[in-house]
Design a protein around this ligand. Structure first.
Ligand SMILES: Nc1ncnc2c1ncn2[C@@H]1O[C@H](COP(=O)(O)OP(=O)(O)OP(=O)(O)O)[C@@H](O)[C@H]1O
Length: 534
């Protein structure tokens, strides 16, 4: 089951909306938690009657004893069923949210570091919320009142004591919950920071080793992990403190009931007795006393689940992404039009402003200009790697502002093609995972990559020269049958002879496609149909 994209005003609303498609299962889990009341009452009644009848006739006590035993067993079964339903609910919701996060992550083509904690820890934090906290919340709202109503039948005055002592209990829970909320949020932020830092440093390992920054990096990670430890300790402290306070109130209330029932039985109450209790009724009320507070204590114990889930929500909300129709572009080379395009990174001044350009279908346009003039940024627009701050880019009539990116229709050779550990053939195949070995061989040949395609390459490109890396990028662009070709500095750092050979290969690759090339090379610019200076 997949829910709609979610954008909600508050974490609580987001969680509610996210769980909405599983409303029935949620209600079932809640009802099972509430159903625990029936065996609790059965057990208290059975025990009270056993004690009351055992003295006069042990045989008459047997059915009551059996009731108490069966009630205990029913309690176990109901608890087990609640765990199974809760686990199923948690699994379903986690899978849905995780799928949505991953789709958003891959759909945007961005880096995954900042969402890693969301996908792993954040989604995990939903489990306790849906499988424990939500059903227990329902039980905490209904069960004490049900038990008090039953107790009122045996002893209305005791029911009044129950109601009265519930108030400080609820007040204590609210106080503890409010105190824990902020700390829990800060703990999740510390966890996100540590996780992001760790992934980032692992990624930058070669640079760290090259600049001998091991000590500094270790200190950074140690600091972030100390911070997480500090935050976790604070959350735990609040949790222990609040559960201590709640235990105290619950013990006090049970003691109050015990004193009242005992003194009433012995007729020793220091005030006029509001009712006369006999042994079974007094025992029944006393046995029910812990049950009144049990749902609230359970809810308090699961309160941390709610805090953890709410703290994780900001990282889990996927921005409502524009509808992306990957098939809106024609198969043939399309026209491209830039209208008053601006690109600005963050708050910095625009790198590109008021940029207008019309590229005809199949045309080759070279973008030239000083380093930093924004050539790569213009190409990155098509892949969603640079922001379209103003204006519009249209490809065959489709608007970039509506499509988000055109990555599916782009063959792209970047300045530094990404290399993954594996063989050279595996690396070319990344552009089209469905390509057969024959097509990969042809693409490699057309990009000037000859030799063994099975030769191993590590993640830093070890095993490839600088020129071969560029050819790898070109081979990928050739392999991908896309109507637009983007080449970023395809001949940088090549000697004139290699560049000349590369030009022939590029010319072939551009056939039947609309091509944009960012370049500093006069030879590449000369090959283009049109040169645009930035
Ligand atoms: N992801 C980014 N975040 C912030 N600033 C960026 C980012 N990418 C590029 N820039 C900035 O935008 C400006 C233009 O960069 P861009 O790479 O587009 O220029 P270029 O003309 O392709 O340069 P070169 O010829 O050296 O490759 C530079 O000042 C660069 O620092």
């Amino acid at each position: 089951m997949t829910s709609a994209p979610i954008t909600a005003s508050s974490p609580a609303a987001w969680l509610k909306q996210t769980a909405a498609p599983w409303r029935r299962l949620t209600i079932l889990a809640g009802l099972l938690a509430v159903a625990d009341v029936a065996p609790a009452v059965g057990f208290a009644g059975g025990l009270a009657m056993t004690v009351a009848t055992f003295g006069s006739s042990p045989l008459a006590a047997l059915p009551w004893l059996l009731l108490a035993v069966f009630s205990l067993m029913a309690r176990g079964l109901i608890g087990q069923a609640a765990v199974v339903v809760g686990a199923r609910l948690g699994r379903s919701i986690k899978t849905d949210v995780r799928d949505r996060l991953l789709a958003d992550l891959f759909g945007r083509g961005g880096r995954a570091d900042d969402r890693l904690t969301a996908v792993v820890e954040g989604v995990g934090a939903l489990d306790g919320y849906v499988s424990r906290f939500t059903p227990l919340k329902m039980a905490a709202g209904l069960s004490p009142l049900l038990i008090i109503a039953v107790a009122a039948v045996a002893s209305p005055f005791s029911a009044g004591i129950f109601l009265f002592t519930l108030l400080p209990f609820i007040f204590g829970m609210i106080l503890a919950g409010t105190a824990a909320a902020g700390e829990s949020r800060r703990q999740f932020q510390a966890l996100e920071r540590l996780s992001g830092l760790f992934v980032d440093r692992v990624r930058a390992l070669p640079a760290i080793l090259a600049f001998d920054a091991r000590a500094r990096t270790t200190a950074d990670i140690a600091r972030a992990s100390d911070e997480l430890e500090r935050r976790t300790n604070r959350v735990m402290r609040i949790a222990f403190l609040s559960s201590g306070v709640l235990e105290f109130f619950s013990a006090l209330a049970v003691a109050l009931i015990a004193v009242y029932c005992g003194f009433n039985l012995l007729k020793l109450l220091p005030f006029p007795a509001p009712e006369t209790l006999d042994l079974p009724r007094a025992f029944f009320v006393l046995a029910l006393a812990p049950e009144v507070y049990q749902p609230l204590r359970r809810l308090a114990a699961a309160y941390h689940d709610r805090q953890a889930a709410e703290s994780a929500v900001p990282a889990l909300v996927t921005p409502e992404s524009p509808t992306r129709d990957r098939h809106i572009l024609p198969e043939e080379a399309p026209a491209i039009r830039f209208t008053k395009v601006a690109i600005a990174y963050g708050e910095a001044a625009p790198v590109i402003a008021d940029f207008d350009l019309e590229v005809r279908p199949g045309q080759i346009v070279a973008l030239v200009g000083a380093s930093g003039s924004g050539k790569s940024s213009l190409l990155h627009l098509f892949l969603g790697l640079s922001p379209l701050t103003a204006g519009e880019v249209e490809v065959g009539g489709a608007r970039l502002s509506e499509a988000g990116d055109f990555a599916g229709q782009i063959a792209w050779a970047s300045q530094n093609p990404i290399v993954v550990p594996g063989s050279l053939g595996d690396n070319i195949r990344l552009a089209d995972p469905s390509a057969c070995p024959g097509r990969i061989l042809v693409a490699a040949g057309e990009a000037g990559l000859f030799g063994d395609l099975d030769r191993p390459i590590d993640e830093r490109g070890g095993g490839l020269s600088g020129g071969e890396r560029r050819r790898l990028g070109l081979a990928r662009a050739i392999l991908k049958r896309a109507p637009i070709l983007l080449l970023d500095e395809p001949t940088a750092n090549l000697d004139p002879a290699s560049e000349e050979a590369m030009l022939d290969l590029i010319r072939q690759a551009t056939r039947g496609r609309t091509t944009l090339i960012a370049t500093h090379s006069a030879a590449v610019a000369a090959m283009a149909d049109r040169v645009v200076r930035l």
